[in-house]
Ligand binder design. Structure first.
Ligand code: ADP
Ligand code: MG
Length: 242
């Protein structure tokens, strides 16, 4: 009699690395010089949801701006989707930013006098996406965040939660491989914040890679992994199991 060998556990293939930081630093000149980010090593894999917590002034926003290619490091390396983007010239950097990064700000940063649809479409203007395609993608992104019916509204007629969802649609329209958010619920009340967080959960379930700065426990508990920034350095947050 042949007895079948018990099935071996086959480890899931390791997910691709989206972000790889190696000794990343950012200092601001002055007297005294400010060492906002001091040698950060970080790997974020495809589909991961990472939250970054830490006290005010610890360097979280500076780090996120570096991740978003809105700023350049003073030292160390940053690889995005395997490409070294630590010192790209501005033109190339903005092309990479436009095609691979979505950024969501605490204060939404929408154009108040343009329609919701325009706000989302404008985000792709400099990527060379043809107008028709920009419109299609914008409509699709607005649909994704549940605001397709608000297309022709202006941001000032929307609630805070809706505004932030428009900003998220804008970030998604360029089909980023990485979505970054800096205190995305900081200007929202509890109910509106919950809507935004549920949306992040859905995007995470769809496989999007997310890095979110927050000091809100309600936010950080939803992430796969939490890291804490202290005085320009990153450390893992040890989970307390109850
Ligand atoms: P956090 O987001 O954790 O509150 P930041 O990244 O905004 O912290 O700031 C970290 C440190 O870097 C602070 O001391 C801040 O004053 C300083 N800093 C941030 N941006 C600049 C800048 N553009 N020029 C000079 N100092 C800055
Ligand atoms: Mg900040």
């Amino acid at each position: 009699m042949i007895i079948a060998a018990p099935e071996r556990e086959i480890p899931a293939p390791e997910r691709e690395i989206v972000v790889e930081l190696d000794g990343l630093t950012r200092s601001f000149p002055g007297s005294p010089e400010v060492h906002a980010v001091r040698g950060v090593d970080l790997i974020i894999r495809s589909g991961e949801y990472v939250s970054i917590v830490g006290p005010s002034g610890s360097g979280k926003s500076t780090l996120l701006h570096l991740l978003g290619l809105l700023d350049l490091p003073s030292g160390g390396t940053y690889r995005l989707d395997g490409e070294d983007v630590s010192a790209l010239p501005e033109r190339r950097r903005s092309a990479v930013r436009g095609s691979r990064i979505g950024f969501v700000f605490q204060a939404f940063h929408l154009l108040p006098s343009r329609t919701v649809l325009d706000n989302v479409m404008l985000s792709m203007l400099y990527q060379g996406v043809p107008r028709r395609q920009r419109r299609e993608r914008a409509v699709e992104a607005l649909d994704r965040v549940g605001l397709d019916h608000r297309r022709e509204f202006t941001p000032r007629t929307l609630s805070g939660g809706e505004r932030q969802r428009v900003a998220i649609a804008r970030a998604l329209a360029g089909r980023p491989s990485l979505l970054l958010a800096d205190e995305p619920t900081g200007n929202l009340d509890r109910a509106n914040a919950s809507g935004v967080l549920e949306l992040f959960d859905d995007l995470h379930a769809d496989g999007l890679t997310l890095a979110v700065i927050t000091h809100d426990d309600q936010v950080s508990r939803r992430a796969d992994r939490r890291v804490r920034m202290i005085d320009g350095r990153l450390e893992p947050v040890l989970e307390e199991r109850s």
